[in-house]
Design a protein around this ligand. Structure first.
Ligand code: KIV
Length: 299
């Protein structure tokens, strides 16, 4: 008789975590829902290559987002509009390999780039499959309204979804720039309706980018089944995300208001520190609620 598969065994020939150093259970969809339910903040950072991903995993970051922000930080583009699906596939695959090299405990989210999900649900599914087969555990897509149909289509087919509302950089030209969204009563009402529709469609996570802190906190309280992940949305969200290069201070321009440079001096860490320590400090600050500080990093 075939012995039953042990609960944490790796069926179908998959490799167990590569490193014997794993200090925590892998982050899974139920684990994210559990963190949300018990009010523990969810930590997310972007990463685009194997090494940074492995370090983020070892630092205890809950989720890595291979964001299309890589267009700016890796490719030198002036917006995310020019990022292709093939570029995203390459970076998701690199990050997935890096995670297998480390603890393989971090949840991996792949971002659908501009033009790869707008035509139809079928086009969106084909694009999502490319990133899932590259190693993503979840797919992120921008926008509200018409996207709820795509989110439902994905979730019914076993693809976990992270939605993205507020400032959606792929539509920066329509929005008239990188501006705070949901400031008027009318735009806040639309954003709120979209957030509920995306939750009802089955999105598990929802990035809220550059949204007033009060609105983000209100939405976070309303959405019982979808954890909000803020970036420039104050400290009342269920989790936080930052672009890796920003939080490491690797930005020659003016740093966005919502960023904290974790490579700068860290409280309790004397002298110089490395990137892993900066990531650990970010995780600690988010978990304990000291980052972001609404007085400094929010609207
Ligand atoms: O592309 C990206 O990195 C993102 C984050 C800023 C949320 O969408």
């Amino acid at each position: 008789m075939t012995p039953p598969i042990e609960q944490n065994a790796s069926p179908y020939g998959t490799l167990p975590p590569a490193s014997p150093l794993a200090t925590r259970k892998p982050v899974s969809l139920p684990r994210l829902q559990e963190l949300h339910a018990r009010g523990e903040k969810i930590t997310m950072l972007t990463a685009y290559d194997a090494t940074f991903a492995a370090v983020a995993d070892a630092a205890g970051v809950d989720c890595i987002l291979v964001g299309d922000s890589l267009g700016m930080v890796c490719q030198g583009l002036s917006s995310t509009v020019g990022v292709t699906l093939e570029t995203m596939r390459y970076h998701v695959e690199s990050v997935a390999r890096g995670l297998r090299r480390a603890q393989a405990t971090t949840w991996l989210i792949g971002d659908l780039p501009y033009g790869t999900y707008q035509e139809s649900r079928e086009q969106a599914l084909r694009s999502a499959v490319v990133l899932m087969q590259a190693g993503a555990h979840m797919i992120k897509l921008e926008g509200g309204g018409w996207t709820a149909d795509i989110v439902r289509f994905f979730v019914e087919r076993g693809i976990p979804v992270c939605a993205h509302l507020g400032l959606t950089p792929q539509t920066v030209h329509a929005l008239g720039g990188y501006r705070v969204q949901g400031k008027t009563a009318e735009s806040a009402a639309i954003l709120t309706r979209h957030a509920h529709e995306l939750q009802d469609a089955g999105a598990t996570l929802m990035v809220l980018e550059m949204v007033p802190a009060a609105l983000a906190a209100q939405l976070t309280g309303q959405l019982q089944h979808c954890a909000t992940i803020g970036i420039g949305a104050g400290n009342g969200t269920a989790g936080q995300v930052l672009v890796l290069h920003d939080m490491l201070g690797l930005n020659l321009g003016k740093m966005p208001k919502f960023v904290r440079n974790f490579m700068a001096e860290l409280p309790g860490v004397p002298g110089q520190h490395g990137i892993k320590e900066a990531m650990q400090a970010y995780v600690k600050a988010v978990k304990e609620g000291s980052f972001p500080d609404n007085a400094l990093h929010a609207w």
